[in-house]
Design a binder for this molecule. Sequence first.
Ligand SMILES: Cc1cc2nc3c(=O)[nH]c(=O)nc-3n(C[C@H](O)[C@H](O)[C@H](O)COP(=O)(O)OP(=O)(O)OC[C@H]3O[C@@H](n4cnc5c(N)ncnc54)[C@H](O)[C@@H]3O)c2cc1C
Length: 433
Amino acid sequence: MKIVVIGGGPGALYFAISAKVRDAGHDITVIERDPPGATYGWGVVYWDDLLDALYGNDAESARELRGASVLWQQQEVRLRGETAFYPGFGYSVGRAALLEILGRRAANLGVRIRYEENVDDLSGFRDADLIVAADGAGSRFRQQDEHFGTKLTNGSNPYIWLGTDRVFAKFLFDFRETPAGWVWCHAYPSSSGTSTFIVECQERTWNALGFGAMCRDDSTSVLEEIFSDVLKGRPLISESRGQPARWLRFTEVFNERWYHDNVVLLGDAAHTTHFTIGSGTRLAILDGIALAHSIFERADSLPHALDLYERRQRKPMYQTQAVARSSMAWYEHVDLYTDRDEVAFAAAMAARQGPLPPWCHQLHLLEQLAPVRAAHRCYETGRRFYLARRRGEPVRYSSFPGPRPSGAPAGTRPGARPRTGDLPAPEARSVAV
Ligand SMILES: Cc1cc2nc3c(=O)[nH]c(=O)nc-3n(C[C@H](O)[C@H](O)[C@H](O)COP(=O)(O)OP(=O)(O)OC[C@H]3O[C@@H](n4cnc5c(N)ncnc54)[C@H](O)[C@@H]3O)c2cc1C
């Protein structure tokens, strides 16, 4: 099948990999407007469920991705300088490293990637059997076609996605009260000696602090001052993609239909979820697997394959987007909760995606005790070890006596999950970030 993919983000590249590992005969071209290595944003977080899916789909890129990721094992919520602890661990990888790994793997599988080419219209691709619009939240091609039934809704809080070379070991939320109102950061380790530092505040605070009228460097200097102790004097890095980061407002993208004729939406072009549930990259990658698998299963009929893809991915997205909206709304009304102490505040934050059973609150109170945190961490380490072994992650063939099963990719443990159509559902996660 001749396939053209617009956009070279994680969703596009992972779709290309997934289609090629299922059928090497596909002729796939990915077209990206930016040069290689240039991307917006910093680290993205993910969890074991994504690693399970990646190992089951393409162990080679999964191993590289895991190798480029860092693990964080605790979340701290600070309010007025007081710390509450929140259980949770996850992985984080720099967006640039992620794209580099996926781009290299796709190229090795025979995918053509054309960088620095901005696609204006689809008229040049009339000979393509399938066009995948993976061109992000502001998808030009989705906007040109009313068949998708697109609805865009803007959030109200301004945010800015920055980096820093201050390396955080944990995931930190720090809420600062300024004379203009509350300002907070979401900070977590990324990779190669950098951390991600997202700053968010309410619109009236943003206006009162004068960010709208400031040049970008001044904005960064004011934030460095507000968070000087957290940053321990290290600077914030604004530059990514060769340009300074901008203050943005989140846009929720919703589409009633995900394909029209031979054009199909994937990743942020199809749906967005607020960054406080840390899922957009994961969902784009899962879309990529689902689309490739649907094409593989219904190789006889492209319309049926696209219909299968849409049915698999679109409905579960309603719930995920609802959870993400609740999370976004919590931050938009954060000042309703800041009169509490830090432990009660962190508990409210944990429940922002929906009600939690009462035992979760008891667990949260216990988590404030150091020995409980240590025990919890031991349990999570054991669980992670089990999951890693189950998907064949840390154990090399040299550790196993006997020959490698035929057809198994190098480094995959015997009995590891095969490549499968049993995709994890794109549901929301119940985590603090
Ligand atoms: C502050 C913030 C933090 C986030 N944190 C996380 C996180 O922790 N975990 C997580 O899973 N997700 C996170 N996300 C979400 C994640 O970044 C996106 O959901 C993800 O990048 C979507 O991937 P995509 O491939 O669909 O689109 P994108 O990554 O946006 O890629 C689209 C690509 O298309 C290219 N393009 C666009 N138009 C054209 C054109 N006309 N021609 C050629 N190329 C074009 C663009 O240059 C871009 O490279 C975060 C998002 C934000 C804003």
